[in-house]
Design a protein around this ligand. Sequence first.
Ligand code: ZN
Length: 279
Amino acid sequence: MEKLIITVALTGNVPTKQMNSNLPVTSEEIAADVRKCSDAGAVIFHVHARDSRQKPTLDISVFEENTRRIKEIAPEVIIQLSTGGRAGKNWDDRVNPVKLLPEMGSFTTGSSNLPGMVYENSPQFIEYLAKVFKETGVKPEIEVFETGMINNAVYLQKKGLIDAPLHFNFVLGAPGSMPGTVKNLIFLSESIPACSSWSVAGIGKAEIPMATAAIVIGGHVRVGLEDNLYLQDGSPASNPKLVEKVVAIAKEVGREIAGPDEARSILSLNPKYKDRILT
Ligand code: ZN
């Protein structure tokens, strides 16, 4: 079985320090958490931006500062910037993180209802964002909240807007989206084109069960406070603790952990952006 790639969704747009004091929010906190998680075995870091009041922002200078600090303290890791829409709806603001040329960017290929809001990704916006991935050579991670989003990605690939091999991340267990069950995970993993890679992000209580299932059936894993704030016993989680848990489970079942360069090779990342440090 392929070595296990561990991604950490460090901060997200929804959690606050009031919910979990371990949440990294500032550039310094985010970079320090990356260092600890990398030491524990994680290789990809899904990064959002918060303003000085800790609110979600699409301010490109914050993404830039987060990226720079991370690369200073952990030059080996793979950075994946978010293009999520909770912080704002302006197309160019959402696309701009990809133009910073990180190794990866997130790419949700459809709309869904999230608690209290429509997470809107219209066909027009999806094509607009796909073209930016194509032009830059940044690798998209296709975020799948329900099965139709796989079809949308395959359609974009057929139109020549994104390139194979595709990499999918199944987001399971969010209210209003597909539940985090092993049956759903197997169904989705068998619904993607051959030669694609995939990971799973279980939301809330689904995080560790979905990670465990992916470890056993050959997928990859995303954990982190963006997706889940608690350990199994109800105590506050932290990003490094969640990574340690996944590494321990992988060890128990005999799945080896991928290092950063092994992950780059498994995901066919663009080598151009590996050592790029923003100034
Ligand atoms: Zn995110």
